[in-house]
Design a protein around this ligand. Structure first.
Ligand SMILES: C[S@@+](CC[C@H](N)C(=O)[O-])C[C@H]1O[C@@H](n2cnc3c(N)ncnc32)[C@H](O)[C@@H]1O
Length: 525
């Protein structure tokens, strides 16, 4: 038995007294797995090992006590720890095909390790490079669709050329490390300093002393900056021009804009643990779809009862950063009020006499008013009131907004104060909530709508059945882990809006690939 196993798994060190006799490795597979744990771990090691040991024990008991196909997690028949670790659906069967490294059982892999060391798909490289070169010519002429197509082809080329092992290291090390480095850079003003003096080359090792007493001063003093910048340089996010000397890129300079940069500290500090803890949370919950906005992966990860919005606002400055992040998310995406997307004039304005107090557009959960500000700019002569509704902390963050846009503090779980508007509008709000809560939010809007006149415009993704775009699928996982909610397909929207909420969908207006859509609804008469 390896020393590591004996040292860390003795009863007193693991700290669960009286169970040491149970801890002998139950089979050779688990034993092998434990022996490959890294050596030289610090004082927290026992709890880490304890966690992993519970997993091993669960698997062992699935296989050897109840059999591979028996009920896997009968809590009554098990100890407390085991119950916590098992999927809670008593009908769940023990896994019959598992990936060894995530369960503690080392199995013979289904493919040979040599597969992980060869390029993923060399056969596609010649065709991809040809496509890339012809798209390149169109991109230099300013064709935006060609640019988007070229980015996708370039990504395909990288995936084809990388070995699985390289991709694995990129996911497990390089990208999380870059996220940490970028967050520190935004927090400390590193990218502002880099962009100063027209972006002239700068070395973190000789950063000017006038920075004294700033966070950046401390960062550079300890040479942490040099290490972070070296990684960001190697990843291409800043440009290495000499030894320890860097220039900004357009990307790093853009991080100095709050709506672009603030996503990093917001995600790193206030949301990311929800994603990294999701595998553990999901395993404990039998991989059931989470249903409660205040009892999901985020609450598990951050040990809170607050929902995501409440949690961010209770932990400043993450609430503010989130609102900026929302402002950044919308930039450069197709806008429903542009020509050729949703016919604003025909559907909302033509044929309507607006009296003095009549509302044209009520933006419910409208954040800092980005949509209404854009509407005002693009339709400056549109008649009727424009009303922005959101919670107080969000409205309180607005610095500058067109004076025609009225701000109304409002909680959309309560009665809608603006009755009979021509259009109620919600952007990226319903995707935040599970179906049952959305039905309640929609009921408050229905009560306020005037039959035969009011419309509800829902601005969300409508995920197509195939070839979904990665931004939308990523957002779906964010919704799953942060809010127990989802991005929806057309079928999901019809179920929610028509069958559950009792509205009629009068049209779905979609930009390319369903990434941005307006679902127009009316009351059923
Ligand atoms: C994902 S953000 C979208 C913001 C904005 N519509 C946009 O597209 O940029 C969701 C918004 O819902 C707001 N919100 C959350 N709970 C709310 C509530 N109970 N009443 C009103 N607004 C709420 C949040 O403050 C936030 O501004």
């Amino acid at each position: 038995m390896p020393a590591l196993y004996r040292r860390h798994m003795s009863g007193s060190e693991v700290g669960q007294g009286g169970e040491s006799s149970e801890r002998a490795p139950p089979n050779q597979e688990a034993f092998v797995w434990l022996s490959i744990l890294p050596t030289g771990l610090g004082p927290t090691t026992p709890s880490i090992l304890q966690n992993q040991w519970i997993r091993v024990k669960d698997i062992y008991e699935h296989r050897h006590t109840e059999g591979a196909n028996g009920p896997s997690c009968n809590g009554r028949a098990r100890g407390k720890r085991n119950r916590r670790r098992c999927p809670q659906d008593p009908s769940t069967e023990a896994p019959t095909h598992v990936n060894g490294t995530s369960t503690g059982i080392v199995k013979k892999p289904v493919v040979d390790v040599s597969v992980a060391l060869k390029a993923n798909n060399l056969d596609s490289v010649a065709e991809l490079t040809q496509e890339i070169s012809s798209l390149g010519a169109q991109v230099s002429g300013g064709d935006e669709q060609a640019r988007l197509a070229l980015v996708e082809k370039a990504r395909s080329l990288v995936r084809a050329l990388e070995t699985p092992r390289e991709t694995m290291i990129k996911h497990c090390w390089a990208q999380p490390s870059a996220m940490a480095a970028l967050t520190v850079g935004v927090d400390t003003g590193l990218f502002v300093a880099l962009a100063e003096s027209d972006g002239s080359p700068k070395s973190p090792k000789t950063w000017p002393t006038r920075l004294a007493s700033t966070l950046l001063y401390y960062l550079t003093k300890e040479f942490v900056a040099a290490r972070l910048m070296r990684h960001l340089g190697s990843m291409g996010y800043i440009q290495e021009v000499d030894t320890d000397t860097y220039q900004p890129t357009n990307f790093s300079s853009s991080l100095t804009i709050p709506i672009i940069g603030d996503g990093y500290p917001c995600l790193s500090g206030g949301l990311m643990a929800s994603l990294s803890k999701f595998p553990e949370y999901a395993m404990k919950n039998g991989y059931k779809t989470p249903q409660s906005i205040s009892d999901g992966s985020l609450q598990y990860a951050y040990n809170t009862k607050l929902n995501m919005f409440e949690y961010l606002h209770a932990n400043p400055p993450h609430g503010f950063q989130f609102n900026h992040h929302m402002g950044g998310y919308r930039q450069g995406r197709p806008s429903w009020m542009d020509d050729g997307f949703y016919p604003v004039k025909e559907r909302l304005i033509d044929g309507v006499e607006f009296g003095e107090g009549d509302a044209l557009l009520v933006d419910i959960g409208g954040g800092m008013g980005h949509d209404l500000a854009e509407f005002r700019q693009k339709h400056p002569n549109a008649p009727g009131r424009l009303i922005l509704q959101d919670l107080q902390p969000v409205l309180g963050q607005i610095i500058d907004l067109d004076s025609k846009i009225e701000r109304v503090e409002y909680d959309f779980h309560t009665e809608q104060p603006i009755k009979g508007a021509r259009a109620y509008y919600m952007h990226s709000c319903l995707h935040d909530w599970p179906d049952e809560i959305d039905v309640q939010i929609l009921a408050r809007i229905k009560e306020a709508m005037k039959p035969g006149y009011s419309r509800l415009l829902i601005n969300e993704n409508v995920i197509p059945p195939r070839h979904a775009q990665w931004e939308a699928t990523a957002l779906d996982i964010m919704m799953l882990t942060l809010l127990s909610s989802r991005e929806r397909t057309e079928g999901d929207w019809r179920l929610l809006l028509e069958e559950m909420a009792g509205l009629r969908i009068s049209g779905i207006y979609t930009a390319a690939n369903g990434v941005e859509s307006i679902i127009e609804c009316e009351l059923v008469e």
